[in-house]
Write a protein that binds this ligand. Sequence first.
Ligand SMILES: *[C@@H]1O[C@H](CO)[C@@H](O)[C@H](O)[C@H]1NC(C)=O
Ligand SMILES: *[C@@H]1O[C@H](CO)[C@@H](O)[C@H](O)[C@H]1NC(C)=O
Length: 466
Amino acid sequence: MVQFKKKGLWSKLSILIGSHMPAGCSNMKNYSSSSYSLLPRKKHHHRVCSYAVAVFLVVSVVVICGEDFRNGFRRTLQRQDQWRRPPRLESLQHQTQKVLEVDPLPFAVVDETSKSTKDDCGIFNGKWVYDETTPPLYDEGECPYIQPQLTCQKHGRPDRGYQYWRWQPHHCSLPRFDAAFMLEQLRGKRMLFIGDSLNRGQFVSMVCLLQSKIPKASKSMETFDSLTVFTAKDYSATIEFYWAPFLVESNSDDAVVHRITDRIVRGNSIEKHAKHWKGADIFVFNTYLWWMTGKKMKILKGSFSDEKKEIVKMKTEDSYRMAMKSMIKWTEKHVDSRKKRIFFTSMSPSHSSSNEWGGEKDGNCYNQTTPIEEPSYWGSSSKTIMQVIGEEFGKAKLPIELINITQLSEYRKDAHTSIYKKQWNPLTPEQLANPKTYADCIHWCLPGLQDTWNQLLYSKLFFPYR
Ligand SMILES: *[C@@H]1O[C@H](CO)[C@@H](O)[C@H](O)[C@H]1NC(C)=O
Ligand SMILES: *[C@@H]1O[C@H](CO)[C@@H](O)[C@H](O)[C@H]1NC(C)=O
């Protein structure tokens, strides 16, 4: 029995951010599992042993024969299927199978529109098109799960243009986001986002994209310390977010109190978090901004509970690489890539200085209402971190698929929450006189840019062969 200490919906979410980093829930010690009380009293001992032997025998038979039962069952189903299937469709599927060189990825839809597995139209290369004829996929007021740090309209944002820019890849079009279809595909599954507040934003966006199709009584959102769980009851499906801003263990892991200036990580230590990830079917990781302190990273050699801490300093890229290796090693050990998918969202860019795009002097994302049009534009996102990601994923023994949103988000200086969000501290007269001084140029309004990230994820997840 695992006892969770429940927190009210977003209540502990006094989260976030101040002017910088985000927040989440609280620490993990309440996760402790209480032991099972079975019946090992002396006088029952003999009987219990006999039962145990009998149960062991039955279980062994089931385990040994189970594979065969299941395979036999599957073969029967396939046979029935063939009987029912109209011949035209069958031959089409046959052709498709000839084109795919390898087993299709789990969750991938293989149909007559599928091309070869080698065919890749490059959905991350494209441009933003202003399109008022395509409304946003949901309305801000319609989705009750958006944190007050991201509800820009409610907090007075005067323009809405940022909701109408559509991502158009150069060589294909994104599939239409179909919430009913996705919910059906997620039946009985667990989709887990793991990372920092930007990944939390993507998680909330995904929930908003799906939730309108679910009646009120059939859905819930609950927070258990570092884990937030959206449940679609009729589908036995969950979409979850786990707070781990460095993925590996750190002194910023407390889901509520984590705004720590002196950040320390344990680069090789992921198990403390990862034990809560087992059994997920779709993983979506991110980590970036918390590493970018501008200083060397402090790496703890022992444990956080050691009285005398041994700390070494390491270059940002080297410590980031260490975390990537820990994550990859964990997935190689615990994730069966024949049944599950692993995604990683690349760095989310900030727009804290208008000098980067040649805007007015001393500006930032405040008062920006249009994207940057220069196709080669790249602001301050770290190219060396991107390189580390590419190198480490290239060496992984299982596919870790990159949702490469950095470039397309670099263009979107207009899509940040800026000053249109809940402020946790009262603003000073100086701040009010000069709003850009308290603009958040890191996080993104919802609905908005992060819905596009999820459309790209949707495309990769279900239609990787188009
Ligand atoms: C916002 O930008 C517009 C031009 O795009 C400018 O005319 C206006 O003065 C700016 N407002 C503030 C408060 O900076
Ligand atoms: C992500 O995309 C950018 C440009 O859009 C590219 O420069 C970068 O190499 C890509 N990252 C990886 C790891 O492939």
